[in-house]
Design a protein around this ligand. Structure first.
Ligand SMILES: [Zn+2]
Length: 130
């Protein structure tokens, strides 16, 4: 096989790809869904929560999509920090994966351009909906 001179951009793409893989290796446990901080009022007309600034809470609620429907659950207060960490990890994971797809697409375009051919396939990486 003959050595083909690679465009400088390809070296950079390889380095970025390796850096993304290294960040991927650091990701801890992940969790689907998203957290919402909620404040509520109760039914007691004499309760302080009737004042909008003194409602009960915060309560942490996790929501996720299941079979096309949004499901929500209130979390025990001392579990919220765990979910927060796992969800942040998942978002970081998805961001890295998106970046790796993006780098791959650019690299593939360059490699195929060297053969005078276009890259076939979607022009944008698939975006997932949270
Ligand atoms: Zn109340």
């Amino acid at each position: 096989m003959t050595e083909r001179r690679q465009p400088a951009g390809l070296e950079r793409l390889r380095a970025d790809y390796e850096a993304a893989k290294a960040r991927l290796a650091e990701i801890g446990f992940t969790c689907e869904g998203s957290l919402i901080e909620r404040y509520t009022s109760c039914k007691n007309p004499n309760c302080r929560c009737q004042d909008p600034d003194q409602r009960h809470g915060p309560y942490w609620q996790i929501s996720w999509k299941q079979n096309g429907k949004t499901v929500s659950k209130i979390l025990p207060a001392d579990d919220a920090a765990l979910y927060q960490e796992w969800i942040a990890n998942r978002r970081a994971l998805e961001a890295i994966l998106d970046q790796m797809r993006d780098i791959s697409r650019h690299a593939a375009q360059q490699l195929l351009a060297g053969r005078g051919r276009p890259l076939h396939g979607p022009q944008r990486p698939r975006r997932r909906t949270a």
